[in-house]
Unconditional design. Structure first.
Ligand code: PFF
Length: 437
């Protein structure tokens, strides 16, 4: 029954858990290199503009759907309207089922790199590259990462998700500050700082804006129904917009902190800032091998990457588990274990895509790339468009009444939010989707 649903235990429960979901590989692994490829500071400025307007609108849309229905994504749409709308929830759950397997593979690499950093006295660059192409080793670490995710989700919303995010996120900040200090005190680091922070608008093209949009939506975890699910555990007495702004602010802060770790070190050590996805997994280990105290900094860096990945992975698993419990009467225990095992198996082909199965391709993509493409370029944007349209055209004006506590009238800017959801956000997301092809 909806009434017996768990709520976040503390006032900041939602903020902590949702920030844990938002702050992930997208912030630490992806943001610095996407910023590096797209004009540094100019990209950051555009990114912040997008995330606090369009991103905020869609985030608030999801949160509102969740809190108003007190259900997981598919059940939420059925409760609030029915008709064909539960399909939007279904897209979200499908995205979770496709993303978690390969997200867990990369999470497994981060675990593996912590282990490698501990074992090797100096962080040997080559050994990292070999790791992901090794046959069974990445599968083993993928299993470990998935087990950790399952272990937290099985303990429940309060004792598992809320509790662990409360422990892990502050730890993340502390370690990141240590790493920033190390990075910006390397000689030559100021070139990296300038590159990262000084806006160069001459490099901005339509492609920059598309990159910023797609990074923004992925980074704040919208489109999958995470915020519907986490929103369904928010008590009626809270107002939603403040929490949304906090989560987006924290997410942006972590992305910028990650850039402050990575780019100054990259410049100080004469590496290429536009190295792309390998910036974290290949370039950085090379840097750690050269700086004094490199081993300890390598361990710390891959610990933060692991923690960030873990708190995001639990939110993805929770979408599926909440769905199984709302719609199919699964206990949390049974739902979490069954999903964990099936999605672990689904991740094995993705793990092998960098080694023995590198030649297995479809439409010119490896299995890993195909899952990534299908979920992040197709399902997540489609889910986000559906959720925004639902608020703008179907659930209006009730949506506005659900933003604040029942006794407080809607904020003055609610109509702006409505049109962001009804037209502007869906149109721009569609534009990015088309660009993705
Ligand atoms: N926001 C996470 C990251 O930046 O890595 C990834 C993610 C988690 C995306 C959950 C979408 C989602 F629903």
């Amino acid at each position: 029954m909806a009434q017996t649903r768990e709520n976040w235990r503390s006032r900041s429960g939602f903020i902590i858990a949702a920030a844990g979901s938002a702050v992930g590989l997208g912030n630490i692994w992806r943001f610095p290199y996407v910023a590096g490829e797209n004009g540094g500071g100019a990209f950051i400025a555009i990114y912040l503009g997008i995330v606090f307007t369009l991103g905020f609108s869609v985030f608030l849309a999801e949160q509102t759907i969740g809190r108003a229905s007190k259900r997981s994504p598919i059940a939420a749409f059925r409760t609030l309207r029915g008709g064909a709308w539960p399909i939007v929830g279904f897209i979200g759950v499908l995205a979770a089922v496709v993303i978690l397997p390969f997200y867990s593979v990369v999470g497994g690499w981060t675990f593996g790199f912590v282990w490698k950093s501990i074992l090797t006295t100096t962080a040997e660059a080559g050994s990292f590259g070999n790791f992901i192409s090794h046959g069974w080793l990445p599968i083993l670490f993928h299993a470990l990462f998935m087990s950790a995710t399952v272990g937290i989700v099985i303990a429940g919303v309060n004792s598992g998700i809320e509790r662990w995010c409360r422990i892990l996120l502050p730890g993340l900040v502390v370690i990141m500050i240590v790493l920033i200090i190390r990075s910006i005190t390397l000689s030559g680091a100021e070139k990296g700082l300038a590159f990262f922070l000084q806006p160069d608008f001459s490099k901005v093209t339509m492609a920059t804006i598309q990159a910023a949009l797609s990074q923004a939506f992925f980074s704040i975890s919208v489109g999958m129904g995470v915020m519907i699910t986490y929103g369904s555990y928010i008590a009626r007495e809270r107002s939603l917009p403040g929490d949304a702004a906090c989560v987006i602010g924290l997410d942006s802060l972590f992305a910028i902190l990650a850039g402050l770790i990575i780019l100054p070190a990259v410049f100080a050590m004469g590496q290429n800032p536009s190295a792309g996805p390998v910036l974290t997994f290949v370039t950085l280990p090379k840097i750690f091998a050269e700086i004094s105290g490199g081993t300890i900094f390598a361990i710390l860096f891959f610990v933060i990457l692991s923690v960030a990945a873990l708190t995001s992975a639990i939110s993805i698993l929770e979408v599926v588990v909440a769905h199984l419990s709302d719609e199919h009467d699964f206990s949390r225990h049974k739902g979490t274990i069954a999903t964990g095992i099936i999605l672990f198996l689904a991740g094995i082909p993705a793990a092998l895509s960098f080694g023995p199965w590198a030649d297995v391709t479809l439409f010119g993509m490896t299995i890993f790339d195909l899952m990534d493409f299908f979920a992040t370029k197709l399902l997540l944007p489609a889910g986000a468009i559906g959720m925004a349209l639902f608020i703008g055209w179907v659930f209006w004006p009730t949506a506005a009444d659900n933003l604040n506590r029942p006794d407080v009238s809607p904020p003055k800017w609610a109509p702006v939010w409505r049109w962001m959801c009804a037209i502007i956000s869906p149109a721009l997301i569609l534009w990015v989707m088309i660009g993705g092809f």
